[in-house]
Design a protein around this ligand. Sequence first.
Ligand SMILES: Nc1ncnc2c1ncn2[C@@H]1O[C@H](COP(=O)(O)OS(=O)(=O)O)[C@@H](OP(=O)(O)O)[C@H]1O
Length: 317
Amino acid sequence: MEIQNPDSSDSCFPKVKSWGGIVLNQFQGFWFLPRYLLGTKQVLDHYKPLPNDVILASFPKTGTTWLKALLYSVINRASINQLVTNHPHELVPSLEMQVYGGPVANSPPHFPSNTSSSASIFSTHIPYQILGETLNSSDCRVIYVARNPKDTLISLWHFENSIYLGQKREPQPLEDIVTSFCEGSVTFGPYFDHVLGYQKESLERPEKFFFITYEELKSDPNVHVKRLAEFLGCPFVGEDMEEQVEEVVRSCSIETLKKHEVNNSSVVPSWTIVPYKSLFRKGQVGDHMNYLTNDMIEQIDAITREKFRGIDLWGEN
Ligand SMILES: Nc1ncnc2c1ncn2[C@@H]1O[C@H](COP(=O)(O)OS(=O)(=O)O)[C@@H](OP(=O)(O)O)[C@H]1O
């Protein structure tokens, strides 16, 4: 894969103009911002997962930030009193190591060395169809979070509008993102193939791939946090087990995360224009009902039924 300029789409890859005029390149059936293609290449070329690595995979806007906090908290058994998000992987923006609780800035880009015995948490939006070989090259564990496509789309729409409004651009019409989303031409899309890639693996190898929906986690966080801890090999134990779980869930709630100073005052270093606070909006299930027309809902439901073929993750199809 030859990539010359990470910000240029003048490459040999097929390209499409997505909603809002964003130009995306296609690679192995998925659509990427040119700079994420470069990051993906670096991951594929250089990242060799260690057996202890924990990789959080997700389509954008499906609960990544929430799961990052939960994974950190479960693995380190620490409540996140001073949440600090560190994105040291400027060079590999699609597979960033997330450190919560450490110093914010100036960590050099690096993958942990082979001598590291503690688990490292990585987060990626790269689809299984592209990252699978890398993930399967070690005993690392993979957590995938999926979210209802309509809420995902609305979250993405708000997010992109909030970024670009910072640059004084008009909010983009909802119709345009609905069309691009259904066609698959959004960043890291098609959404449907993204979800199905990881979901299939989780059915075949549940000991390696943990699949959860945002909605399941919302409806019963304590149960699923316990399942997550068991999957990671660090189950909650002891008489105060329920209190421990409760504390993890509380410290990772959107309400708690929103209160941290860093999440109000900093921008995500690898995305320069993105303030952390744009990662925390409502965090509600079903928010799409406040925005999408019946026709839009039918359009998205129809493609979801067609693509998911009987896999009914949200009891809707
Ligand atoms: N702790 C917690 N609990 C529940 N929900 C949360 C939490 N943190 C973030 N959010 C909501 O997740 C949406 C952002 O998704 P991601 O974190 O996947 O975004 S990103 O891909 O990392 O940019 C976005 O959803 P919407 O509110 O629907 O836009 C966030 O508000």
